[in-house]
Structure formats: C-alpha cells, structure tokens
Design a binder for this molecule. Structure first.
Ligand code: SF4
Length: 339
C-alpha cells in the first residue's frame, strides 16, 4: 500500500463511521488511479497493447512552482531597484552612517555617485532586514513601558535625519536590535552592548539633548512622531537584543545552528523562559565616560559634513573609513579607482 492509499483509507474509515481495528471492511479508493468501469454485460475484449503510463500528462510544468534560483534573480533585481532609488533620494546623514558606515560610502551615496552594480552582494541581508523590522514591530506593538516610540530626530543644520526606537520618560533611551547567535553569545558573555549600537544611541542622546528645538520644528516622516517633551536628560541606555535568525553565516549547518541555540538557551540561565532569545542590556551612563563617545560622534558628523560641503572625497587614511564594510559596499569599484 502506498502512502496515498493509507491517507485515503483513513479518510474513508472516518466517513463510514468505522475504526482502525479492521473490523469494518471499507473500500479504499485511490484518487490517483485511473478507474476502469466494468462493462454492463460480459463481452469478449481483445487484449489492448500495453502502453507505458504517461507520467507527465497532467503534471504542471516546472515554471508554475516556486523556484529558489528564479527567486534569487528576482530578489537581486528588486535589490538593484531599491538601492538605486534609495541612493537617488538620499540627502541626509543617518544614524547608521555614524554608527557603522564608512565615511566615503556616505559621500558616494549622498552625491548619488553611479556604480556598476547596485545589487546587494549578500542577498539574505534582504530577508534579515524584513525580520529586523518585524522584531521591532513585535516588541513595540506589545509593550506598554515605552512612553514614546519612533521619534524622528531631523536636524537640517547638520544634514542629519534619523529616528530613535523608544523612550521611557525623559531619561531612558531604548534601542531594539535583532542579531545572530554569535553576537548574542558575545553580548551575554561580555555583559556589554555591541560597540556600534552604543555609538548609535549616543548619537540619539547627543541630538535630543542638544538640538531639540530644531528637531521639534520639523515634520515627522511617515510612521514617526516628534519628541513630546521639552527637555531630555538621558541617564540610561537600554538595549533589547533579539536573536531571531538562521540566516546568518555564523553557522555552517542546521545541526550547528540548533546546537548554538541550545547552548545559548543554557547560557541565558532561563531554560523555562520561552523568550530566552530576548536579552536586555541596561547601561547606567554615570558609569561610562560619555564625553569620549560623544566627541567621536560629533567628530564623525563634522568630518562627513566637511567632505560633503566641500565636495571632497574622504581620504583612505581617515579614521572614519571602515574597510570592514568593503565587502557589502556597492561602490567598491568606484572607490578602488579613486585610490
Ligand atoms: S569600498 Fe570600502 S572604503 Fe571604499 S567606500 Fe566602500 S566601504 Fe568605504
């Protein structure tokens, strides 16, 4: 009996009110078999020549199925359109530029410098972005602790435009981050946020404490708000790390990923907590030498602004060139040709 037969048998037993004990005999119908109706009267029929059953007569062609290879081509084309569009309308420096970016790639993007290839080099990043947004929505939509969410911080005098995740009253800045297994493990072991995340929130603190009047005069972008209060005095950063992915390249196989997840669950010390993959990291800013971090943020903003306003390409020996970002950079060829 084939698998199809046993499935059909199960359905028929239920319909007939019988059970699986075999007491009641039911006729098993295989819907995948061609039925030959018996003739009404016995007739002598000549044996027909044997014909090999056709396997593809009613099968749809391959093109009607989802195909990962074709999907990758479509995704690649979409990523070209998205990146082209983003670059064309990009006018401002973002928080990502300050926390992660290479100052030269910011210069290329804001000046809409053409490149030979706009596609993302590592396409799973597209899915990672969607998952990251979903993680933000999930936390923000289900949490009543935050007093403000998605506050837009637009500072035209610095060509800066960004949006913070959440605020709690006037003194806690909250940043939600999705991450991979390796990063979460490091964060849990070191009991420290990732340094780039720390710079990102330092930028928010710097802007909301020093440019609030200018920020409050701007219109929020879609889905954003304007900060509610007239003064903020940030004393704590809270980082909410959510490990959500197998998309990362930090595991080579599914079994390795499962093992990593199990190890992390153990490390979290809360085996019974179904949300062990969410870890928070609170930083009391009185224990941190904040001026050091704030000065780096200010210096990077000024450096990028200087090069943009004077139409000068940032030099390769600048401390704000991040060669670690070259792999993902869409301006690699242009950059190479400009020394
Ligand atoms: S290729 Fe590297 S150094 Fe050049 S702009 Fe891109 S990230 Fe910066």
């Amino acid at each position: 009996m084939t698998d199809f037969d046993s499935l059909t048998a199960g359905l028929l037993v239920n319909q007939e009110g019988g059970d699986c004990s075999g007491k009641k005999e039911v006729e098993i119908e295989n819907p995948f078999e061609t039925k030959i109706e018996p003739p009404p009267h016995p007739v002598i029929v000549k044996a027909a020549p044997k014909v090999a059953p056709s396997t593809n007569q009613q099968q749809p062609s391959d093109s009607t199925f989802f195909n990962v290879q074709d999907f990758q081509t479509e995704l690649r084309n979409n990523s070209i359109k998205r990146n082209k569009n983003y670059q064309e309308y990009s006018e401002n420096i973002t928080a990502y530029d300050i926390a992660n970016g290479c100052s030269r790639s910011v210069f290329y993007r804001i000046n809409n410098v053409p490149t030979n290839n706009y596609a993302n080099k590592w396409l799973p990043v597209e899915m990672r972005c969607v998952m990251g947004s979903a993680v933000h929505d999930f936390i923000q939509d289900n949490c009543g602790t935050f007093t403000e969410q998605e506050a837009c911080l637009k500072v035209p005098s610095k060509r800066l435009s960004t949006r913070l995740d959440c605020l709690i009253n006037d003194d806690v800045l909250v940043e939600i981050k999705s991450c991979n297994y390796a990063d979460l493990k490091k964060i849990m072991k070191d009991k420290k946020p990732r340094i780039k995340d720390f710079y990102q929130v330092t930028l928010y603190k710097y802007l909301i404490e020093n440019y609030l009047d200018e920020i409050k005069q701007q219109k929020p972008t879609r889905g954003g708000t304007i900060p509610l209060l007239d003064k903020y005095d940030i004393k704590h950063f809270q980082f909410i790390y959510v490990c959500h992915e197998l998309v990362a390249s930090d595991t080579d196989s599914m079994s390795e990923a499962v093992k990593a997840a199990k190890n992390l669950r153990q490390l979290s010390g809360s085996k019974k907590n179904p949300f062990w993959f969410i870890q928070t990291m609170n930083v009391d800013l009185r224990t941190v030498n904040m001026p050091v971090f704030e000065n780096i943020v200010k210096e990077k903003i000024d450096d990028i602004l200087y090069h943009l306003n004077n139409n000068k390409i940032p030099e390769m020996d600048s401390k704000f060139i991040d060669k670690g970002a070259c792999f993902f950079c869409i301006h690699g060829k242009v950059c190479e040709s400009q020394g």
